[in-house]
Design a protein around this ligand. Structure first.
Ligand code: 13P
Ligand code: SF4
Length: 364
């Protein structure tokens, strides 16, 4: 099932007044958001929900959105793959993407006749910023015929040079798909840690040709099956360490630790589960444990607790994504009022980028 907002039936979204919006928000978020904020945010949420209906707009919110936005104005929530699928099928005139730029670009590429708005113009991503289309062209010249897999956390110019995109929830599946078709080498961009985690899962060697002074032993032709990686990193997930995990386990021996695959392979191995943001949410919903710790962006733990108040979540998190954090209710309202910031891309880039996204969506 597509990821309808967790607040279904969408009572907050359909509330008839600011007072009703506030009451419903309090019922869900009182443990997480201070009351004075709820009062202020209920007013914004009510205005957004009204205007959204008037303009035939839909709000797609990534799982990292702050709780008072995530649980109040979003029509759909999800991880990158779910939101890509939803945006491809949307019939709304306007898609407001409460996430970061590469996600809004993906929505535009998949559904080019819609107006796609990103509420904060500068909501970027350290992974997407680590690589350009020119870098990919150079790699393709160096490794002719080797298929290029790019994480969706890339901009459209990179996707235009890519054979097939992937997200954290299907990365290993995409690489296996190519290797099953007989490709012994796959270029996998740009996340170093995700590439290493995928290589471990698929059971293949990983090399980094972009690094200076490659050794003779680093020649990809020496290996039966190999992933050629890049050196991008998520500025949030690279901060988690094995030491953090050891310290938490010393204090809470029964904790279940979930890590996003953008964390280092050492962190992923020291955790109990690794998966996309949706897969982590589903794990907490479906697997009963005394307590959980999420090694990912902080807001997600709050969002899960709001929906599952009976679950015990260790809220030790201090790592917010500075880009996701830019998306506020204030800016979402301004986006609707002033039709900003519209995503526009050159036709040629969009057409080539769409092929790499379509290939990804075909793999189930
Ligand atoms: P998901 O696809 O798992 O939601 O990840 C997106 C992201 O940016 C993680 O940092
Ligand atoms: Fe990019 Fe990391 Fe932020 Fe996700 S959490 S948007 S990968 S910087």
């Amino acid at each position: 099932m597509l990821a309808k907002n967790m607040t279904e039936p969408m009572t907050i979204q359909n509330a008839a007044s600011v007072e009703e919006t506030y009451t419903l928000m309090k019922a869900r978020l009182a443990r997480i958001v201070p009351d004075f904020e709820l009062v202020h945010k209920a007013e914004l949420a009510f205005k957004i929900n009204q205007l959204k209906r008037q303009k035939n707009a839909v709000i797609l919110a990534h799982n990292y959105m702050e709780p008072a936005l995530y649980h109040t104005v979003s029509d759909y929530v999800g991880d990158s793959l779910e939101l890509a699928r939803i945006s491809a099928e949307s019939q709304a005139d306007i898609i407001i993407f409460c996430g970061v730029r590469f996600m809004a670009e993906t929505a535009k590429i998949l559904n080019p006749t819609r107006t796609v708005l990103l509420p904060a113009e500068k909501a970027g991503c350290s992974l997407a910023a680590s690589l350009t289309g020119h870098d990919v062209r150079l790699l393709k010249e160096r490794f002719p015929g080797v298929p290029v897999v790019s994480y969706v956390n890339t901009y459209a110019d990179v996707k235009a040079e890519t054979d097939i995109c992937c997200t954290s929830s299907n990365a290993a599946k995409v690489v296996k798909h190519l290797m099953d078709k007989g490709h012994k080498k796959v270029i996998f961009l740009p996340d170093e840690y995700l590439a290493k985690n995928v290589a471990a899962e698929v059971g293949v060697t990983i090399l980094f040709p972009s690094r200076p002074a490659p050794q003779k032993s680093d020649d990809p032709s020496n290996f039966e099956r190999v992933i050629l990686g890049w050196n991008g990193r998520c500025e949030v997930h690279e901060q988690f360490t094995v030491e953090d995990i050891e310290n938490v386990r010393k204090q809470f021996s029964d904790v279940v630790i979930l890590a996003h695959p953008e964390c280092s392979p050492e962190v992923v191995q020291a955790s109990d589960f690794s998966g996309s943001t949706r897969q982590m949410i589903d794990y907490v919903r479906n697997v009963t444990a005394p307590r959980y710790l999420l090694l990912t962006e902080c807001s997600m733990g709050d969002n899960i607790i709001a929906e599952n108040p009976h679950r015990e979540m260790l809220r030790l998190c201090s790592v917010r994504c500075p880009h996701m954090n830019l998306i506020t209710l204030e800016d979402t309202l301004a986006a609707l009022e002033h039709n900003r910031y519209e995503i526009t891309l050159p036709d040629d880039i969009m057409n080539r980028a769409r092929a790499s996204l379509d290939h990804m969506l075909e793999i189930r």
